[in-house]
Design a protein around this ligand. Structure first.
Ligand code: SF4
Length: 335
């Protein structure tokens, strides 16, 4: 059985259940790289120039960790998943970049996704990927239908039940038929509802963000993330805030930021990385919107390779203190 390696980085958090279903339906075995470590980050960093963004360095570290553990590694080049809205250039060249800087990488299994080129080209790309495992076009079509359904179920699981990708993937991976539990902190006595916005590869990689979500939950805050919203909620908030989508994944920043500022979160934290052009523009838009609405405080945390726990925690604590004080003042006014 062919072993397909999937790096636990970048778009893994958005699409893993879909990718896994596709490959397993075609008879392959899927191997996922382990959670990020310092060694992975160092090995990824050593292959590229210092200016490369942190998530790409981490991605390369994950590919390196899969060397010798799989027969091929899946690296899609996702140009566009929505008409006339394009992805950050790093995603477009990911297979070529990996090939160039990691010559010892297992053979790269790639697919070019660009919906602007029409359905026919998209279906041909899916078939070219699937035929590595099965030449029968019908089998590939069935696998792609099952994969798409897995993706829809995954999105619905997160938005309906307020689950993070980790929780939803764990839920999908168990055979239990039981109803998913509500988000753990939704039932606890909550000090504040804090929205954390940004790309899933920053929000859910605990090594990169110094366990931000865990720390917020531990201090009895309810954490709200972009995946807990429906696609419609994210897209309509993006239009209200920015007029239209400008980058493929801007709903995770602009849409989620706009929605949570409008819908009563006590505070919004934007997570971005140093050197990311698209995110610095999107965060600036959310910041301006927050200043205009004045419904909730907003802050952004910029992560980089050398971000230390201490500095980030100090900023987080100061922000939370301000939110708790604000909530107390509001409660006093209402009495
Ligand atoms: S959007 Fe920013 S952080 Fe993400 S891959 Fe592109 S440059 Fe890197």
């Amino acid at each position: 059985m062919t072993k397909v390696g999937i790096p636990r980085a970048l778009l893994y958090y958005q699409y893993y259940p879909m990718w896994r279903t596709f490959f397993e339906e075609l008879g392959a075995e899927v191997v996922v790289s382990p959670p990020t470590t310092q060694a992975m980050l160092s090995s990824g960093s050593s292959r590229v120039v210092a200016e490369t963004c942190l998530p790409v360095k981490i991605f390369l570290g994950h590919v390196l960790s899969l060397v010798g553990k799989c027969d091929c590694v899946f690296i899609p080049a996702i140009r566009s998943v929505k008409r006339k809205v394009y992805n950050c250039s790093k995603f477009l060249g990911l297979p070529d970049m990996t090939r160039a800087v990691i010559p010892e990488s297992p053979p790269i299994l790639e697919i070019d996704i660009d919906v602007n080129r029409g359905k026919r080209v998209l279906y041909q790309a899916i078939y070219r990927l699937g035929r590595h495992f099965n030449w029968n076009p019908l089998r590939v079509k069935q696998a792609s239908i099952a994969a798409w359904q897995a993706h829809l179920n995954y999105q619905q699981l997160m938005s309906r039940h307020g689950l993070t990708p980790h929780q939803a993937i764990a839920r999908i991976s168990t055979t239990s038929e039981a109803e998913p539990e509500a988000h753990p902190n939704s039932l606890a006595s909550v000090r504040a509802a804090i929205a954390v916005i940004g790309h899933p590869y920053l929000l859910y990689d605990e090594y990169v963000n110094h366990r931000l979500i865990h720390r917020l939950e531990q201090t009895h805050n309810r954490v709200l993330t972009p995946e807990m919203l429906t696609v419609d909620e994210l897209e309509s908030a993006t239009v209200r805030l920015a007029g239209k989508a400008r980058w493929t994944y801007d709903a995770e920043v602009v849409g989620a930021g706009g929605h949570y500022l409008e819908s009563g979160a006590d505070g919004v934290i934007g997570i971005m990385t140093f050197g990311c052009g698209p995110d610095s523009l999107m965060m600036a838009m959310v910041r301006r919107y927050a200043s205009r609405l004045k419904t909730a405080p907003f802050t952004s945390l910029t992560l980089e390779e050398h971000t230390a726990d201490g500095g980030m925690l100090t900023r987080l604590e100061a922000f939370l203190d301000m939110i708790y004080r604000r909530r107390r003042r509001q409660a006093e006014v209402c009495v």
